[in-house]
Design a protein around this ligand. Structure first.
Ligand code: ZN
Length: 296
């Protein structure tokens, strides 16, 4: 069976640790410590994978509390999150929502494999997007991501020192109320979680806010140092075309101004509105059709 994780070294100090089809985690190592940006679904533990990549002490920083970003938190002694994520990290993901997620997944696997068969060379079919079957020993009913509190909370402007570099905390609510981005100003590396996304940008949850998302993207577009790479929570590569930030502002703007939408399904099988503007596909809601929460 293939490994659950696809690990790719992007630069000397940056690794992509993807769970194809689910989420992308990033390991960023400074001279004194390494930061694991999000800890995955928890379907397979990420800690042993990370331990093989660096000998620095590892701190997890969660970009937000959603279950696919915090599943491995319990295996790390030091866990940081945005101040608004504090109480949310202590909540469990709803059992029904996890069931819906797992139920929707075979269709995603089948679709991905059909695309592989149709066009093995396309970018979208890079190894990171080759979705895996769930491991044979995975017990869906025992899968309980969440409920692991942060050991400290981060505020806008806080610096996380890694020794020879630092990550600055930027509050970016919108996709979720607690979203943060992490920016290494010196090297231009920006970890965006689910705030900046190529493809499906989810802003249809009860807790999502399109105006907040627009403001967060505009804040990133106005950063006082150049961004050279965007490391997002669901794109299986570091995106160098940082025009994606400006495109996100424009896409959310258009949705707020009533741009037409089509109907699409999210990863839980709910029908939601989708407006595609270039590379950014904004998922949004009229507030009636997709009412569900990401925590109990
Ligand atoms: Zn999310």
């Amino acid at each position: 069976m293939r490994d659950w994780f696809v690990v790719r070294r992007v630069t000397r100090d940056l690794w992509m640790i993807a769970e194809p089809g689910h989420v992308v985690n990033w390991l960023y190592a400074g001279s004194d410590r390494a930061i694991l940006v999000d800890s995955g679904t928890g379907i397979v533990p990420i800690a042993p994978v990370v331990a093989r990549l660096t000998d620095r002490p590892i701190t997890v920083v969660n970009t937000h509390y959603h279950f696919d970003h915090v599943g491995g938190n319990a295996d790390f002694a030091e866990r940081l999150a945005g101040v608004r994520g504090g109480p949310l990290l202590e909540r469990a993901a709803p059992r029904d929502l996890l069931r819906r997620y797992l139920k929707a997944f075979p269709a995603i696997v089948a679709g991905a494999r059909a695309r592989v068969a149709a066009d093995p060379d396309a970018f979208a079919l890079s190894p990171e997007t080759e979705v895996r079957d769930f491991p044979p020993d995975f017990d869906p009913e025992a899968w309980l991501p969440g409920r692991v509190p942060a050991t400290a909370l981060l505020r806008e402007g806080d610096e996380i020192g890694l020794g020879d570099r630092a990550l600055r905390v930027i509050d970016t609510p919108g996709h979720s109320p607690d979203g943060i981005c992490l920016f290494d100003e010196r090297y231009g590396v920006l970890f965006t979680g689910d705030t900046i996304m190529e493809g499906a940008l989810y802003a249809h949850y009860d807790e999502s806010s399109l105006p907040d998302l627009r403001a967060s993207a505009a804040k990133l577009a106005a950063l006082d140092a150049p961004v050279h790479a965007i490391c997002a929570g669901h794109i299986p590569r570091a995106v160098a075309e940082t025009s994606l930030i400006g495109e996100t502002v424009e896409a959310v703007d258009r949705v707020l101004n009533g741009a037409p939408h089509t109907l699409a399904h999210d990863v839980f099988g709910y029908t939601v509105r989708q407006t595609r503007v270039g590379r950014v596909w904004v998922y949004h809601s009229d507030g009636a059709g997709s009412s569900f929460a990401l925590h109990d």
